[in-house]
Each structure stands twice: as C-alpha cells, then as structure tokens.
Design a protein around this ligand. Structure first.
Ligand SMILES: *Cc1c(COP(=O)(O)O)cnc(C)c1O
Length: 379
C-alpha cells in the first residue's frame, strides 16, 4: 500500500460494535470480564485501550514497522527507551539535538549511572571512537534541531549492528513522509507526535515504532509499568492528524523551499540552514535518505546583534513567536532563549548554535503571505 493510502486506512477498521467509520474515543479505565481472566483482550486502560491500539497500528504502518507504542509525550517515549538500560551502560548521542533530550540524559539519567557521550554524527566514523563493551544505545536525530545537520542513518546503523548496539532515531523533524529510518537499519524510531504527526498544535504525544518482537515486549513492559500512556482523546487527535500527513507535508515542503530561497536572496540575511541547498554539507546524504526537504530551517542576520534578532522575532504577524514546530501554522522561534535554553551556553556556542539564530517552522499558509511577513519583519 502506498503512503497516502496507508495514512488514511492503516490500523483503523470500522468500529465493530456500531460500524462507526472513525475509531471512537474509548474513554474508559477498565473493561468488564465475562469470568475472571476471560476478556476481549482489554483488561485495564493503562495496559490496553482500543483507541490507542488503532493509533499504534497506524503509526507502525506509516514507519514501515511491525509495532507501535504510544506515550503521553515525546520525552516519555525517549524515557522508555533509556529505561531499557542499566547502570554502567553507555549511550552515544548526537551533540546537536533536541534540548529536552539533552536535559533528560544529563540531568535525570546520568545520576542513575548511565553515561552519555555527545558526538558530532555528521561523520559516522566519529562514533567508533566512543564504542566500548558498555555501549548499548546510539541515539541520533537527523535533520538536527535547529542547525539542520544531517547524519547518515544507513552508515550509523551498520556501525550499530556490527557492535550489537541498539540504534534509535528521533525522526520528529522529518516525519515518516520524508524519511523511514527502520528501512535504513535503525532498530527503533521515536517521534514527538506533538509535531508533524498530530500536525495541528493541539496535543502532546509521543511514540516508538519498531520491528523486533522481543524489543517490543521490553518496551511494552516499560510502557505499562511506568505508565506514561496517552489518554484516548489524545490518541484520537493524533490518529486524525496523520490522515492528512501526506498533504500537509507536501505543502510544508513547497513553502519551505520558497522561503529558504527568499531568505537566501535577502540582502540582510547572513546564512540560511536548510537541507535543500546543494551546497549544504549534508545535501547528498539528505537526498539519499529523505524524499524532500521539509519546512524546518534556521537563519542568521548580517547584523548579528541579539537586539536585531529580537526585533525580527517580535515583528512578525503571520509567523507566531512560539516553541514547538510541525503544525499547520507558521512559527518563529529563538532557540538560544526558548527551545534550547536548557543546553548550557558554552555547549551551544561550541556546537554552532549562536545567540542570534532564528528558527522557522514553515506552515501550510499561502507562501506569498509568509514571505511578505518575513520581509517586513527583517526590514
Ligand atoms: C518536541 C521534540 C521532542 C519532545 O517531544 P514532546 O512531545 O515535546 O515531549 C523530542 N525531539 C524532538 C526533535 C522534538 O522536536
């Protein structure tokens, strides 16, 4: 089945009790049993819920995986993956990744004796320098947030496989429309479904997709034991969101390309970070592993003062100044003080994330209005 058909039909059957074409919101905590232990596969809603089940099946299908698991947020999905580990285990993670992931690794899990190495993954071989017998997990993001750096999923999967290490890819930025890491050898795909999958900025949700049945059992055990499960209404919203993922993404990509080119040609813009430029250092890998280039980008201004960046960030009318990304509406963001404030300044600057970098999540409005808005804001 092709992607556009899968997002609409995968995982969802008409409701068996009524024929309702849309999976109902099963707002229940428990299920009646005919006799002790005799039930219809549903015992208690932390462990199973039919709305969640429909979504998990749909998510698995669109990432070309066998299994999906849903969580109450993207970070809860990440948390579940790290709970596969034990004290003494080591993780190799990207040095330019979502600030909340870095915060969880460094502030929560380090104190439980898990060791994290932050590595520039644009050269896959860099990873080899950090592998030892304790290395159990590689955590990668591509494209990265917010610098749009690209790492080669296939090359890193080979390194992981040959060393018996689990590879988890945070695929939030690309979405399954643009990139399917399981097909390239990853073991687990993680998404903040809050972003493109939900797509309407109205829900916090996370998920994992994978193929290995044993790994699925271990993660399901963590999901039900630790209990960071989403409610059925949130599952319904994500299920509804992904039915239009392909048309939304198509427009995000079209608008993204127009805006990236507009910015690049603007005399007051210094640098644009967008994977679709042929001189982007990750262009060829992006072209190989992604179907298009998406609507995420960052840029800096020639007048590189914080005041000037602040002025632009405060002067847009269509682009809303807000954290998050991947919704239908365009957002403008200041990573240094907003999404990435949890990364120490020194660490940020070292990785190329300047105080004046501006990030855009280009929405699906009319591109002319978006360009006009940025043009007047940049001035
Ligand atoms: C938002 C985000 C997360 C965290 O997801 P939440 O749903 O906010 O918990 C993780 N990774 C990336 C790349 C994100 O953008």
């Amino acid at each position: 089945m092709k992607f556009a058909t899968k997002v609409i039909h995968a995982g969802t059957e008409p409701d068996p009790s009524t024929g309702a074409i849309m999976t109902p919101i099963y707002q229940t905590s428990t299920y009646v049993q005919a006799a002790p232990g005799k039930h219809k596969g549903y015992e208690y809603a932390r462990s199973q819920n039919p709305t969640r089940k429909a979504l998990e099946d749909a998510l698995a299908a669109i990432e070309n995986g066998k299994f999906g698991l849903c969580f109450s947020s993207g970070v809860a999905a990440t948390d579940a993956v790290i709970k596969l580990l034990a004290p003494g285990d080591e993780v190799i993670a990207g040095n330019d990744m979502y600030g909340g992931t870095y915060r969880m690794f460094s502030k929560i899990f380090e104190k439980f004796g898990i060791r994290f190495h932050y590595v520039n993954m644009q050269e896959a071989e860099n990873i080899n320098n950090y592998i030892n017998s304790n290395t159990k997990l590689i955590w990668m993001e591509t494209p990265t947030n917010p610098l749009m750096n690209i790492a080669d999923i296939e090359a890193i999967a080979k390194i992981a496989k040959s060393n018996n290490i689990i590879l988890c890819v945070d695929n939030t930025f690309a979405s399954p429309y643009l990139q399917n890491p399981l097909d390239l050898g990853a073991d687990i795909v993680m998404h903040s479904a809050t972003k493109y999958l939900g797509g309407h900025s109205d829900v916090i949700h996370g998920c994992l997709m994978l193929n290995d049945a044993d790994l699925r059992e271990r993660l399901y055990f963590i999901q039900k034991s630790c209990g960071a499960v989403p409610g059925p209404q949130d599952c319904f919203l994500v299920l509804r969101g992904i039915k239009t993922l392909h048309v939304r993404m198509q427009r995000h990509c079209e608008n993204g390309a127009k805006i990236a080119h507009f910015l690049r040609n603007h005399p007051k813009v210094e640098k644009v970070y967008w994977n679709g430029f042929e001189d982007h250092p990750g262009y060829h890998i992006a072209k190989k592993q992604m179907r298009d280039f998406g609507g995420m980008m960052s840029f800096t201004l020639k007048d590189g003062s914080v005041d000037n960046a602040t002025r632009v960030l405060s002067s847009t009318h269509v682009f809303a100044l807000a954290e998050s990304l991947g919704g239908i509406e365009s957002l403008i963001n200041h990573p240094a003080s907003m999404t990435h404030a949890s990364i120490p300044r020194e660490e940020r600057i070292k990785n190329g994330l300047s105080d004046t970098l501006i990030r855009l999540s280009v929405g699906i409005e009319d591109a002319d209005d978006l360009i006009e808005d940025l043009n007047q804001a940049i001035g």
